[in-house]
Design a protein around this ligand. Structure first.
Ligand code: PHE
Length: 449
């Protein structure tokens, strides 16, 4: 089996692929927006604590189960559970995660399509094509269908090439490009008038808000979405890691990069909001509340870019290219979850499986585009607010209760002989058995009440 399975060829390759999955619209758009509407720095602090103390251990559970199973999510979970109830639960959780990944992709592709059309718009404006530019920035069925389909085709084209030549190769190219664009934009925005006020709002916490239930629920949801948990994605990426690698440190790198990029994206977006305000674009109400969350990326920032004159065209192009790249390295991981299952379960060849599943997802996306008001928000809530926390919690229960301590530790030990002396080794099995399920469960129950 392992001979025909793909494997990441290097440590760097895996880190870029998994960090590529983690770093996406959730980091660059979701995190700064949530920060702005949840009290600035207090949210940042809560997020950091939850990401490292709950999301990282949960990520490790998925990676460990995946590498041990050396197979798609359903088979990997079956391997650590007993026939009967255990296997049924494995199917429910593994397949549930795969469906969750596919549904996330179906709305993600629509948003990514907007990002791609916004990337092309400055080019059209530069070329004097005003009519085309207006079409590219106004919501219409034709534009949304075309760009959603285009984005899904790109995703399919990469995934059909497999693990090493598809996922790994493209993540290694796209992630560094993303970093370069991000840092250039920050350097520009921080030199503008108003940026320092924004920086202060972002970095100085209002401690009185830190234990607000809403804030904690949003921060945990954000951390789960951002680390791609509860979607079978990290199980399948874990299964492509060689037994020679140190899983504990790989998972830590991925978490660090993900948190770092979200944090750095905040350094761009929050000051940019204040710069825009200083230039006369209305962002905050008189009481200082954010006027509109949803329109941050598509109205606030474009207004800012427009006020910059011709350099704004270049900046706008760079910004939306950054968004599109971040979205692409995430979407390929979402597609890999159902594709790996179909290939391994039904013996379908990869190319066929990728196009078939890509086609199904495109149909779901189109259905959402046609019924936007009814379905878009619904699918987002269903997957990110319910699906991910619930399935992520189930993965912890699988690793902590269905499997055994010996098995867990044995898997961690491979590629990491000195691990027995670390705190991780001592507390983690206990932690995912009790602490993670309990805390995730509490936050989840709180969010539905
Ligand atoms: N983590 C990605 C982001 O932050 C989204 C994602 C969710 C990717 C689930 C894969 C699975 O945008």
């Amino acid at each position: 089996m392992s001979a025909i399975r793909g494997e990441f060829s290097s440590r760097f390759g895996f880190i870029m692929a998994a960090a590529g999955s983690a770093v996406g619209l959730g980091n660059i758009w979701g995190f700064p927006t949530q920060t702005a509407s949840n009290g600035g720095a207090a949210f940042v602090l809560a997020y950091l604590v939850l990401a490292f103390c709950l999301a990282y251990p949960a990520l490790m559970a998925e990676l460990v189960v995946g590498r041990h199973g050396q197979a798609n999510a359903v088979s990997a979970l079956r391997k650590i559970s007993k026939p009967g109830f255990g296997h049924k639960a494995a199917f429910t959780v593994g397949f549930g995660g795969i469906v969750c990944a596919a549904l996330i992709l179906s709305f993600y592709a629509i948003v990514a399509g907007w990002m791609m059309s916004a990337t092309i718009e400055p080019i059209a404006t530069f070329a004097g094509q005003a009519e085309a530019a207006t079409w590219l920035t106004s919501q219409s069925l034709s534009r949304d269908l075309l760009f959603t389909a285009g984005f899904i085709i790109l995703t399919v084209a990469i995934i059909s090439r497999g693990v090493e030549n598809g996922i790994e190769k493209w993540s290694k190219r796209l992630m560094p490009a993303l970093l370069i664009i991000l840092f250039s934009l920050i350097a520009y925005v921080l030199t503008q008038e108003g940026a320092m006020t924004g920086l202060k709002a972002y970095l100085v916490p209002d401690f009185s808000r830190i234990f607000e239930a809403d804030l904690l629920v949003s921060a945990l949801g954000q951390a789960f979405f951002s680390l791609s948990l509860g979607t079978s994605v990290m199980i399948i990426y874990g299964s492509y890691i060689s037994k020679k690698e140190n899983l504990v440190s790989l998972g830590a790198y991925v978490t660090l990069i993900d948190v770092f990029i979200a944090f750095v994206a905040g350094l761009l977006i929050i000051p940019a909001m204040y710069v825009a305000q200083a230039q006369g674009v209305q962002i905050f109400s008189d009481t200082g509340a954010l006027l509109s969350e949803d329109t941050l990326v598509f109205q606030v920032l474009p207004a800012l870019f427009e006020s910059m004159g011709s350099i704004g065209l270049l900046i706008s192009f760079a910004f939306f290219a950054l968004m599109s790249i971040a979205a692409l390295t995430s979407s390929i991981s979402m597609l890999e979850a159902p594709v790996s299952y179909t290939v391994e379960k039904f013996g379908m060849n990869r190319l066929q499986a990728t196009w078939t599943i890509g086609g199904i997802i495109a149909l779901i996306s189109f259905t959402i585009v046609f019924n936007f008001a009814a379905l878009f928000g619904f699918v987002i809530t269903l997957t990110t607010q319910y699906g991910q926390p619930l399935l992520g919690l189930m993965c912890c229960i699988f690793a902590g209760w269905f499997w055994n301590r010996g098995g867990l530790l044995n898997e961690i030990k491979q590629g990491n002989e000195h691990t027995e002396h670390t705190i991780f080794w001592k507390i983690w099995p206990w932690y995912i058995r009790y602490v993670c399920p309990l805390c995730i469960g509490l936050v989840f129950v709180n969010s539905i009440i």
